[in-house]
Design a protein around this ligand. Sequence first.
Ligand SMILES: [Zn+2]
Ligand SMILES: [Zn+2]
Length: 278
Amino acid sequence: MRVHLCGVRGSTPAPGPEFVRYGGNTSCVALAHDDGDPTLLLDAGTGLSGVSRLMQGRPFRGAILLSHLHWDHTHGLPFFRSGDQDGAEVRLLLPAQDGATAEDLLARAMSPPHFPITPSQLRGTWSFGDLEEGCFEIEGFQVLAREIPHKGGRTFGYRITDGLRAIAYLSDHHPYALRPGPEGFGPYHEAALALVADVDVLIHDAQYTATEFPERCAWGHSTIDYAVGLAEAAGAGRLVAFHHDPRRTDDELDEIGRSLGSAPIPVTLAREGQSVPL
Ligand SMILES: [Zn+2]
Ligand SMILES: [Zn+2]
């Protein structure tokens, strides 16, 4: 399995000279079998443009698995050059909610007057489906979907394995909504531990520092400290800190990276364009 980080920013894109080294595009992670084209995409933020670069103009054939429906996880869809072309074959899956169809849920944000076209007007062959919690076979990967706390809309974390290596993806996670937990950042709850148990790599929400958390603890996200603690508690081999706050500059991320040198497990700060070693 290959893991490409195509968009690593949280909440809204961060353009500008202070954000070039870590990247300003929002959540999108592309998974490929070995050296092949990516076939399973996690989230469809503006980082989807990076998938089109990986595809070098070829049509995308595979699945997109959305963690939830917030703008920063869907805004790349209508600008996905490799998906919006003849020859593309895309199955888009999202957490079931509100008794609505997947296509209708997406169209609430992607249709006039919010946007000129609807999901079904994307070129190529697109299908839309919803998921409940459970285990699935998608594009040759085994996927475990579990609901995790996050503010505003049903949100899934995913554990994905090709039988040799395993990753967990919890891009937006607000465990503090359950209770303060051992360090005051939220508990290491059952769904999170099940998703992360013994994975090679955990890609996790790292939006806030511990210092920022008291005034932002209700905003729906995690601290970097929580992500480190969860990775350690669940036996993950490595943490990739993801979903950087949109105001976090490259220099500030460098500073955070230095402070994580003493963490109990290896920690990498996610960078757009990076491939994660497995
Ligand atoms: Zn997000
Ligand atoms: Zn979100």
